[in-house]
Design a protein. Structure first.
Length: 250
């Protein structure tokens, strides 16, 4: 197997290198996209309370986030660590990728958005990470799809505020672009690429699976990451940075 760009991935790799983000609308076929929806429901039922968080909305508490479930779900583990997913990530990293962490952000109707941020400060282990967003539902501006600032991933950590989100002086001057994603579509982004999202103003869910990988040459960092994260969640936090704009309830 080659870890460079193939005919299928060469455009993806050059766009990703230039922009720090690339959309792959047809990553999953229709059958796999339908299974993803079923599997998301399964992991919600099976994930313990420590790794599942709710948020308060105008119509009451709703599920906001579910994380750390791949080890208990064979179908998802296969999908996220082999085939077209593994091939695309290997091309982006230039070597095989290892699963670092995964979560579903549910963003149900009324669910809150996320402040402008880079993910890198939330990843205490490893130097380089790429996240694959897989759309479980169609996502657009009305239900809070992601927005990115292209081409700013090569500048390291940008000035941040106390919550480790981007300082408004920099966030206000970035060129933000919405990245809608239809169900089964993917968006790959670098952990230094600035991004943000709005609330879900629609009456439809905007569930998205976020799967983060590191380069295999950095080793398997997953167990250390989740041990660290569980310690912080026990202190009542939802994330390692303060980007979530909603009212979290546990
Ligand atoms: O799901 C979203 O709308 C944004 C999520 C995000 O940026 C994050 O969890 O770091």
């Amino acid at each position: 197997m080659t870890f460079g760009a193939s005919n299928r991935t060469d455009g993806i790799v050059s766009d990703f290198d230039r922009d720090g983000v690339v959309s792959v609308p047809d990553l999953l076929d229709e059958g796999t996209a339908a299974r993803l929806l079923e599997w998301a429901d399964e992991v919600v039922r099976e994930t313990d309370g420590g790794m599942q968080h709710c948020e308060q909305t105008a119509s009451g508490p709703v599920l906001a986030r579910t994380e750390d479930f791949v080890d208990r779900h064979d179908g998802l583990r296969d999908l996220l660590t082999s085939g077209v997913v593994a091939e695309t990530l290997a091309a982006l990293f230039g070597e095989p990728a290892i699963l670092f962490k995964e979560k579903i952000n549910h963003k149900l109707p009324g669910g809150a958005g996320y402040a402008p941020h880079q993910d890198a400060p939330a990843y205490p282990y490893g130097l380089r990470h790429v996240t694959m967003l897989l759309a479980i539902d169609d996502a657009g501006p009305e239900n809070g799809c992601l927005e990115f600032a292209r081409g700013r991933h090569r500048e390291g950590l940008l000035p941040a505020d106390d919550a480790e989100c981007l300082a408004s002086s920099i966030a206000d001057e970035l060129a933000w672009e919405a990245f809608p994603a239809a169900r089964g579509g993917a968006v790959f982004f670098d952990s230094f690429t600035p991004h943000r999202s709005g609330p879900n103003h629609s009456d439809r869910p905007r569930r998205a699976l976020y799967v983060t990988y590191n380069a295999a040459s950095e080793g398997d960092l997953r167990a250390r990451y989740y041990a660290h994260k569980r310690r912080h969640l026990a202190e009542g936090r939802v994330s390692l940075i303060g980007h979530f704009q909603g009212r979290a309830i546990r």
